[in-house]
Design a protein around this ligand. Sequence first.
Ligand code: CMP
Length: 138
Amino acid sequence: MSNRTFTMIKPDAVKAGNIGNILQMMNAAGFKIVAMKYTKISLEQAGKFYEVHKERPFYGELTEFMSSGPIVAAILEKENAVADFRKLIGATNPAQAEEGTIRKLYATSVGENAVHGSDSDENAKIEGDFFFSGLERF
Ligand code: CMP
């Protein structure tokens, strides 16, 4: 079991002014920030990041949305990080997300769902490496 996960605050939540609220929830739940940047990815970079979803019908919509505006990318640390963070963010579809989760509070649809959280230790490493060099982790 690894103790790190990767997250993005997505363009919808950034646009809505919810960066501060969401970071506060992450900190309050015990996640320590190991790396963080405010950035914007190109359509090509979004395509690469979400390559596992290439064959899905929503791939085009997803990559366009994720490259439509700035995001906050971060590596977070906590015991049991991947599973605990997925509990904190709630279900992919905000209509199914539990009360008190980040997506229940801030997501508007299954596509524009405020935050990303890695689904496995392996993907947490791949995704963190996509955004951060070793020099950017503390
Ligand atoms: P995320 O956790 O970033 O990982 C894959 C993303 O694909 C997911 O969050 C959603 O934003 C998006 N996604 C999943 N299902 C759909 C769907 N049916 N329509 C649009 N986007 C989707």
